[in-house]
Design a protein around this ligand. Structure first.
Ligand SMILES: [Zn+2]
Ligand SMILES: [Zn+2]
Length: 372
């Protein structure tokens, strides 16, 4: 909506205090300045991180009189562009890479925003959407540089949005696992097949020719995992880790797997992955459930067995561009999505907190009638 001054009135569902209901509010954005782009948000995913930010477990992000719009999975249509912003024009359909660094440091200049240490080095703030600046629960957002926008082509906004976090997290972890050059004869073990783990099973074929095994405690999730093409074996990881390792060893003719991606990330699963990895193998840790865990392992195993344990956090802008190219070309299987109107966002947050959500809830704004 254009106000008289050329500024845009933004309608948002805002967090005014941690763990309180989001409230409808408005504010205005000026016309885009040089290089900037005004994005009309059609769809915004609700991520577990939003829940943690809302609860306050990631720290304090709102203060009196300074509300915040959550959501970093944002897709929509270019509404207006500033001088020199030429990659996309008004009407173009895009999805946002939301993990902006400070924009001033060495890694930001290398388009490696995800590894920005600006806040410590330069005292310049990071600019992550839904965290350090308003996210997709606002119906318009400002984007400082079109390099953060990627075409969504003919993919509907509600399907495109979740690739910005959930999809990219899975994709980047798979790429790190594939750095060991897995072939069609090798095995990849995915630990945890809910949420992002399930997305990884859907996207695995894009990244690796390896045969995929799954370790998962929940019977329903095991069943769902087994239906994904490329998954050749599913193991119940309840009970002793020794039994689980034995089953993986027998499925891999005694060799073990060449790479593991752990979407749980507790002490027990990291050790399970490490034991299932063959000599020279690697474990990529993505899950954040073990926030208070400490890893206690015999250190000699790292050199003696030539094994690697590494982490993975979301993904880079370059990886996001690759992933969206595959999505636009129809090569990536659609991620499971449930759409709800933004006015029902508080119920959606409650459902996510109660564990009642399967797949991704994506909130749509009322003006999203142009969605394909
Ligand atoms: Zn997220
Ligand atoms: Zn930076």
């Amino acid at each position: 909506m254009q106000a008289a001054s050329g500024s845009t009135v933004v309608h948002a569902m805002q967090m005014t205090k941690h763990a309180g209901p989001l409230q409808a509010g408005t504010y205005s954005l000026p016309p885009p300045g040089p290089g900037e782009t005004l994005l009309r948000v059609e769809a915004a995913g609700l991520c577990h991180s939003d829940l943690h930010v809302w609860e306050g477990s990631f720290g304090k992000f709102v203060s009196e009189g300074k509300p915040l719009s959550l959501s970093h999975e944002i897709a929509g249509v270019v509404a207006a562009t500033g001088e020199g912003a030429l990659k996309f024009k008004p009407g173009d359909r895009v999805v946002l890479y939301p993990w902006l660094g400070c924009g001033q440091c060495k890694v930001c200049h290398e388009n490696d925003d995800i590894h920005c240490v600006g806040p410590q080095m330069l005292k310049a703030p990071k600019r992550d959407y839904g965290l350090n600046q308003d996210g997709g629960f606002s119906d318009y957002i400002m984007v400082p540089d079109q390099k953060y926008l990627v075409s969504s082509g003919s993919v509907p906004s509600h399907d495109a949005a979740p690739y910005a976090c959930s999809g990219l997290t899975a994709y980047s972890a798979l790429r790190k696992a594939q750095e060991a050059n897995l072939t069609a004869d090798d095995y990849l073990l995915v630990i945890g097949a809910g949420g992002v783990g399930l997305n990884a099973l859907m996207l695995a074929g894009l990244v690796t020719p390896a045969k995929v095994l799954v370790a998962e405690k929940n019977a329903e999730k095991r069943e769902a995992a087994l239906k994904v093409p490329g998954v050749v074996g599913v193991v119940d990881s309840n009970g002793s880790s020794k039994d689980c390792v034995k089953r993986i060893m027998s499925l891999t003719e005694g060799w073990g797997v060449k790479a593991v991606v752990d979407f749980v990330g507790v002490n027990e699963t990291i050790q399970l992955g490490y034991r299932c990895a063959r000599l020279g193998g690697s474990v990529v840790v993505v899950g954040l459930f073990g926030t208070t865990d400490r890893l206690n392992m015999p250190l000699a195993g790292f050199p003696v067995f030539d094994k690697t344990i590494r982490g993975s956090m979301v993904g880079t802008l370059g990886e996001f561009e690759e992933l969206m190219a595959a999505v636009r070309d129809g090569k990536a299987k659609p991620l499971p999505v449930e759409t709800r109107d933004i006015s029902h966002v508080n119920q959606a947050i409650q459902d996510l907190a109660d564990g009642k959500v399967n797949g991704r809830v994506v909130l749509t704004h009322p003006h999203a009638s142009s969605m394909l």
